[in-house]
Design a protein around this ligand. Structure first.
Ligand SMILES: *Cc1c(COP(=O)(O)O)cnc(C)c1O
Length: 397
């Protein structure tokens, strides 16, 4: 098969060559005096990424889901009440995990294509005068539907209700791509993974923990062992890990944080918005199709979920794009299975690269009988990009 595969699933994302190269290393003794230097060199960049000076980052050899488990088991006890909303596969899975751990979840079912319902959160939290709710969960970017929620708004709702609940955020497909502020938004747990905005292979779960949440580990009654923050903290305090760390990924993470530092987090966030606007122009102005996200306030800058006309199967679009054009698109999951396809544009991406995804999706749609005008997607996207000022990260210097 000639040419490269174009990867547009919203995780794993494209790994820049220099990050790939940084991970080609001989194994080292992780108990040697050299290892703590590597670990400690990663921490400042990681804190900057979370925009925190007060939070403590933890790195687990897991995918992002492992950190969901770490977040709840280190702070909560069986029967504790948590408030959560479901509007896509990922927000759904976190709720299921809470239930499996014996938590009582106050679930708000939202229409898929919308996000965290601030008014409902406000209503429930202001009525909870006995403060029975111990944690509020929010999925910042619902990857399944391409919906971003307002996390600063969730903080405001908690503050306005004078509610002491913890705030847990799933930022797996947002951190390092869209704005996230651990300290300003007084987040207690922020969950992410290596294979999205961090441009690494899967394999590291990363968690940032507030001092308030960290204190709770002493009284949290849920069972845990591998994800126990106390064990991790003890080992980390000397620069080591309680078990064998995923060494190549640590080198990769160090390089990824350097790449991020060089472009600048604000520039990266601006680049994601600029690229996403182009993708949305392709969908609306080019193809005349709709997004899964219902309103502009929900539009995600990391993943564009495109609704297909009635009678067209999303699975066929994705299969044809892959088999015929070597373009990997994201599928619709659960409630939206078959109804949409997703173009992930987070991490290492520029305009012309994204054109490959738009073009591959378009050819596949045409092959499957979707009545879009040939070339219209790229035409509309390039129209947007050519008429707007690119962020610095897209200019060759
Ligand atoms: C990818 C993702 C996760 C976690 O997935 P893992 O496969 O466990 O890394 C969780 N939440 C969101 C929003 C995601 O996009």
């Amino acid at each position: 098969m000639a040419g490269r595969n174009f990867l547009f699933v919203p995780g794993p994302t494209n790994v820049p060559d220099r990050i790939n190269r940084s991970m080609i290393i001989s194994m080292e003794d992780h108990r040697s005096p050299i290892f703590p230097r590597l670990y400690e060199s990663i921490l400042p960049g990681l804190k900057k990424l979370f925009r925190t000076t007060t939070g403590t980052p933890f790195i687990f050899p897991s995918s992002g889901s492992g950190c969901w488990e770490a977040a709840i088991t280190n702070t909560l006890s069986p029967g504790d009440k948590v408030l959560a909303s479901r509007f896509g596969q990922f927000s759904h899975l976190w709720i299921e995990m809470c239930k499996n751990h014996g938590l009582e979840v106050i679930e708000i079912d939202c229409e898929w294509g919308t996000g965290v319902p601030l008014e409902k959160y406000s209503e429930i939290l202001s009525k909870d005068t006995s403060h029975g709710i111990k944690a509020v969960l929010a999925c910042q970017n619902e990857t399944a539907t391409g919906v971003t929620s307002d996390i600063s708004g969730v903080r405001k709702v908690l503050d306005d209700a004078n509610h002491p609940s913890l705030l847990f955020v799933d930022s797996v497909s947002a951190l390092g791509s869209v704005d996230f502020r651990f300290d300003d938004w007084k987040v207690d747990m922020c969950v992410t993974g290596s294979q999205k905005g961090l441009m690494l292979p899967a394999g590291l779960g990363i968690l940032c923990v507030s001092s308030k949440a960290l204190e709770l580990r002493k009284q949290a009654g849920l069972k845990r062992d591998y994800f126990d923050l106390d064990q991790m903290l003890n080992a980390n305090s000397t620069g080591y890990f309680p078990y064998t760390p995923a060494l190549p990924l640590f080198y990769g993470l160090k390089e990824a944080l350097t790449v991020i530092e060089e472009e600048g987090l604000d520039n990266i966030i601006a680049r994601h918005h600029y690229l996403a606007e182009g993708a949305r122009a392709a969908v609306f102005n080019g193809w005349g199709l709709k997004l899964c996200a219902k309103e502009p306030k929900w539009y995600s800058d990391t993943v564009t979920a495109v609704m297909l006309p009635e009678g067209i199967s999303g699975a066929d679009i994705i299969s044809q794009a892959f088999k015929r054009y070597n373009v990997s698109l994201g599928a619709g999951l659960s409630k939206v299975a078959g109804k949409l396809f997703r173009i992930g544009h987070l991490g290492d991406m520029n305009e012309v690269h994204l054109c490959a995804g738009i073009s591959g999706a378009e050819m596949s749609m045409l092959d499957n009988g979707v009545k879009v005008k040939p070339g219209s997607g790229v035409a509309a996207a390039s129209e947007y990009w050519r008429n707007n000022t690119p962020p610095p990260g897209l200019l060759v210097r």
